[in-house]
Design a protein around this ligand. Structure first.
Ligand SMILES: *Cc1c(COP(=O)(O)O)cnc(C)c1O
Length: 407
């Protein structure tokens, strides 16, 4: 295999990573997506744009995020040494701000007036509303009415930040309907608005662009890790919903064949239909939201209902580059269920004093499994994609009794 192909030359000019990705959109959006691609490719190497983004990463987000050696956890497990890339310490508490700032700056440079997006649990909505406020753009976030009730704190955050939260009241009133509504609104005016996609998914150029904006995570990690050990990490672990935090960490290491890379999908309650969201593990190639990927789908090829305790991992598709990396065998995709994720959530909180997001807890849980199988001179770098503050009410209510806590 020509390894340079993995990181540098993909996707191809049509947005394909092997057979995955591409751009399956209505005719009217074809030229709009081509325009976004062209603007992005120009800007990406523009010194002014690069300088601006680098400035914001450093002084607004607080980058570089540190790498922390989890000594207590490593000693307890008695195997490989575990390190955490602390994306949870970013402004707004997760990695999403990295690509939201990139998308907002791009929109501004393209002369757009408004960012629009859907949100499920509200994490993407909050990160985008933050970037819009900073850069000076309007922001409309589409959200199902069921989610609006469930996720009040994030709804309030978005409103405080000046975004408009548009309630979606059809169907199941959750994420899928919110995507439909946001897409409809976008089609009405794709000239003055930019649809800011929240992960490495959607039609070309979004999987490429969001990956590029997240790539900073792995670039920093590579340098920081050299300080710790004089070499690359032996193993990388990240959770995979759409796959942006994972691509962010993985990209800098894809050509380093001696680095083992693991992506962790949510196994939810069980592998019964509708009880998990393990698209790469249990799905088959199909098309969703304008691109081709491994997809959990029904017989007609419609996206199937999915579930995970971590709402950020709850998506029936997955990034096209992950689909490709699975097929060529460069990344190994594993699963972690709800119970294991909750266990890791409490373990990391109680042994290192770090409360991880439930999404990130999936990556931590896999490290808990992998470390004891490896020798002490091996190491593992886990991407801690976000902090768990957003999850504490839910965890208390559902699992408090099991872990001996009450209000
Ligand atoms: C949204 C989110 C994820 C999942 O998104 P990816 O695109 O797969 O990274 C993971 N962790 C946190 C903290 C999130 O907010």
């Amino acid at each position: 295999m020509n390894t340079t192909q993995i990181s540098n030359q993909l996707p191809n000019s049509e947005g394909f990573f092997g057979e995955f990705g591409g751009r399956f959109v209505p005719e009217v959006l074809e030229s709009i997506m081509a325009d976004i691609t062209e603007s992005y490719l120009k800007l990406k190497d523009d010194p002014e744009f690069k300088k601006e983004l680098a400035y914001l990463y450093k002084h607004y987000v607080g980058r570089p995020s540190p790498i922390f050696y989890a000594r207590n956890l490593s000693e307890k497990l008695g195997g490989a040494q575990i390190y955490l890339k602390r994306e949870d310490l970013n402004h707004t508490g997760a990695h999403k701000i990295n690509h939201c700032l990139g998308e907002a700056l791009l929109a501004k440079k393209m002369g757009k007036k408004k960012l629009i997006a859907e949100t499920g649990a509200g994490q993407h909505g909050v990160a985008l509303a933050t970037a819009a406020a900073l850069v000076g753009l309007e922001c409309d976030i589409y959200m199902g009415e069921v989610d609006i009730i469930k996720e009040q704190p994030n709804v309030i955050r978005m409103k405080i930040l000046g975004a408009k939260v548009v309630p979606v009241s059809h169907g199941r009133k959750t994420l899928k309907e919110a995507v439909d509504a946001a897409f409809e609104a976008y089609l009405k005016d794709p000239i003055t608005q930019l649809y800011a996609i929240g992960s490495v998914v959607g039609p070309h150029p979004f999987p490429m662009m969001v990956r590029d904006f997240q790539q900073i995570v792995g670039e920093e990690a590579k340098e920081q890790f050299k300080e710790f050990s004089g070499k690359n990490p032996d193993n990388l672990i990240a959770c995979v919903g759409g796959g942006s935090n994972a691509m962010g960490l993985f990209t800098a290491f894809l050509d380093d064949q001696n680095v083992n890379i693991y992506g962790v999908e949510p196994a939810g309650l069980s592998f019964k239909d509708g009880e998990h969201a393990a698209s790469l593990t249990k799905g088959s190639p199909g098309i969703i939201h304008g691109f081709k990927c491994y997809l959990l789908q029904d017989e007609e090829g419609n996206p199937a209902p999915v579930y995970s305790i971590a709402s950020g991992l709850d998506y029936p598709g997955v990034g096209p580059q992950h689909s490709y990396l699975k097929d060529i065998g460069r990344v190994q995709y594993e699963t972690i269920n709800d119970e294991e994720a909750i266990d890791a959530f409490f373990t990391l909180s109680r042994i290192e004093g770090i409360i991880p997001a439930l999404e990130s807890a999936h990556a931590v849980a896999y490290a808990l499994k992998l470390a004891p199988q490896l020798k002490k001179d091996q190491n593992i770098l886990v991407n801690l994609s976000g902090r768990g503050d957003k999850d504490i009410d839910f965890v208390l209510e559902k699992y408090g009794h099991k872990y001996g806590i009450s209000k």
